[in-house]
Design a protein around this ligand. Sequence first.
Ligand SMILES: NC(=O)c1ccc[n+]([C@@H]2O[C@H](COP(=O)([O-])OP(=O)(O)OC[C@H]3O[C@@H](n4cnc5c(N)ncnc54)[C@H](OP(=O)(O)O)[C@@H]3O)[C@@H](O)[C@H]2O)c1
Length: 430
Amino acid sequence: MSSPLKIAIAGLGTVGAEVVRILARDAAMLTARAGRPLVVTDVSARDRGRDRGVDLSAYTWHDDAAAMASTAAADIVVELVGGADGPAHAIVRNGLAGGKDIVTANKAMVAKHGVELAAQAERAGRVIAYEAAVAGGIPIVKALREGLAGNHVSGIYGILNGTCNFILTTMRETGRGFADVLKEAQDLGYAEADPAFDIDGNDAGQKLAIMASIAFGIPVDEQAVHLEGITSVSADDIAFAEELGYRIKLLGIARRTEAGIEQRVHPVMIDRTSPLGQIEGVTNAVEVAGSAVGTVVLTGPGAGAGATASAVIADLVDIAAGRRTPTFGIPHTMLKREPAASMNELVSAYYIRLMVWDRPGVIAGVTGVLGRHNVSLESMLQRGRDPGEVVPVVMVTHECQEAAMRAALAEIEKLDSVVEPPTLIRIEGL
Ligand SMILES: NC(=O)c1ccc[n+]([C@@H]2O[C@H](COP(=O)([O-])OP(=O)(O)OC[C@H]3O[C@@H](n4cnc5c(N)ncnc54)[C@H](OP(=O)(O)O)[C@@H]3O)[C@@H](O)[C@H]2O)c1
């Protein structure tokens, strides 16, 4: 049996404490799989006195996690503190400088500093593993980096934020509005007190940027992701989607197109019988289209102590067993910038909802504007009639360019009969 892999863990919160628990509980199984024992030697968090439900007495405690990363006599530093900058970044940089491999669950840091850290790791002959940073317990990083290495990836489509999927699912099941369901998600602990990072699409955007880097061999760049959140999705839109055979999901989409690489996060309507259309509640899922394999869908829990620790431990076993992969699948010097496709060039079908005065000639006015912009309609839905009142009119277009759709909507919004800004949701043919 080879020498033990000595592990220093920074951060003993939800994920860190669970990692410690599983390493102790399943030591024999993990030793067999890694070919050597995985042994925690050093730990650090903010508050030494806090009861974490795990026995830490056998480990050397450090008040300063960044100093521990430099000086501990460990082979590997596990960073489970969180945050793109500050202590987490210092822990990883110090760990690499101190000759240690790194395992982290920190999507914010990998999305922001991934290229710089990959370069530092490669110079030091070390690896950075971050399976837990993308879609929690779903082994999508490994799938993209290794399992699908024989494919040109043309597209990735992911339900990457459990909070948003829970909110959209509950809105559909109950008919309730966004604000009301967000409150419930907060009460249940699915949404943070400040939910902006989730519901505005930032969290999904960071995960998408990381996957796009691996899939397309481009430098990770979270700024390249077009973000739209779910705050404007209404109960009406969800009900109309159902009537049209769709489900509304917050999707992260990265595609290689003739116009360049698309990276976008926004609500979409997808066929409700499609694999992603059926993903409900806090569950995550990622669909990958590859040149050789066709389509692969992975689904599972995207967060939570057990799911996230599962991914952290898989990385530890890989490193212990000597399975070492460059951060983004290829050496960082081979990552190549590619043109980004602008949203104006996107070609999509659209769901449009207008709130209009129910009076003669209104529809003709709207379809006239669409026609002038070469936007053709596939179907239209008008629920009931209420002469003299405001009623919703829903239109589904054939595929057209986003720029044309936007120009048409800007004109439609100015029509006398249209009482509020139109709602637009892209329809994805998955
Ligand atoms: N929770 C999930 O479901 C999940 C899922 C996927 C990825 N992640 C990622 O996993 C990482 C950890 O998340 P978490 O949910 O476990 O967070 P958490 O429960 O808030 O735990 C953070 C830990 O870091 C410690 N800490 C904070 N500042 C520190 C510092 N300056 N020096 C040393 N330790 C410090 C805290 O110490 P005290 O305990 O003493 O306060 C705590 O133990 C994050 O990057 C997160 O994005 C989490």
